[in-house]
Design a binder for this molecule. Structure first.
Ligand SMILES: [Ca+2]
Length: 186
């Protein structure tokens, strides 16, 4: 009798497994079941503060004078500009140097380059895997060159990407970013 119950439970598991695999993809299902989605407890982290990235990489760059490094030069009025081709997505990502606890970004956009729609993503493997921690952020003209925050559940990640999916300017742009992070203690 117990074997029959176990067999039924196993069949149920297989059914759920294949349905989930088909609808959400195997990797999403795997992460959901085993908790490998990068999310951690805030108790595993030290004190949070603005953390300066050690390197910046962008999908493209336009005129000399507007390189990706402008996004972290401390000047909100000096932006990174992507290539002037009206095509999206355009993205820029920041290397924190090592895996950190990350739970917030604060962005100032260059005036006239808003509105923009974007995702905030994190990764430990920037060539292949990015996870959205903020989706479809509508950065409107109200904020412009003032810093505007987006907080999210703490994740363990080395890289943070601003992935711009729609914009009214042809460039893609970011005036300045501040990333709030802490040391991972465990
Ligand atoms: Ca800047």
């Amino acid at each position: 009798m117990e074997k029959k119950i176990l067999a039924v439970l196993f069949m149920c598991f297989l059914l759920v497994f294949f349905m989930s695999s088909a609808s959400a993809g195997f990797w999403d299902f795997f992460k959901k079941i085993f908790g490998f989605d990068g999310k951690i407890s805030i108790d595993d982290c030290g004190e949070f503060s603005y953390t300066a990235p050690v390197a910046v990489t962008a999908s493209s760059s336009t005129l000399p004078g507007y390189p990706p490094e402008n996004a972290i030069d401390g000047k909100t009025g000096m932006p990174w500009l992507g290539i002037n081709d009206n095509k999206y997505p355009k993205w820029i990502y920041f290397d924190l140097g090592e895996e950190k606890c990350v739970n917030e970004v604060s962005i100032a956009m260059f005036p006239t380059h808003t509105p923009l729609k974007m995702d905030i993503q994190t990764s430990n493997n920037p060539e292949e895997i990015w996870e959205n921690v903020v989706s479809d952020w509508d950065y409107d003209t109200e904020h412009q060159s003032n810093f505007h925050k987006q907080a999210f559940d703490v994740v363990k990640a080395r890289y943070v990407r601003v992935y711009q999916t729609e914009g009214t300017s042809p460039f893609g742009s970011i005036g300045e970013i501040r990333i709030t992070a802490a040391d991972y203690l465990s």
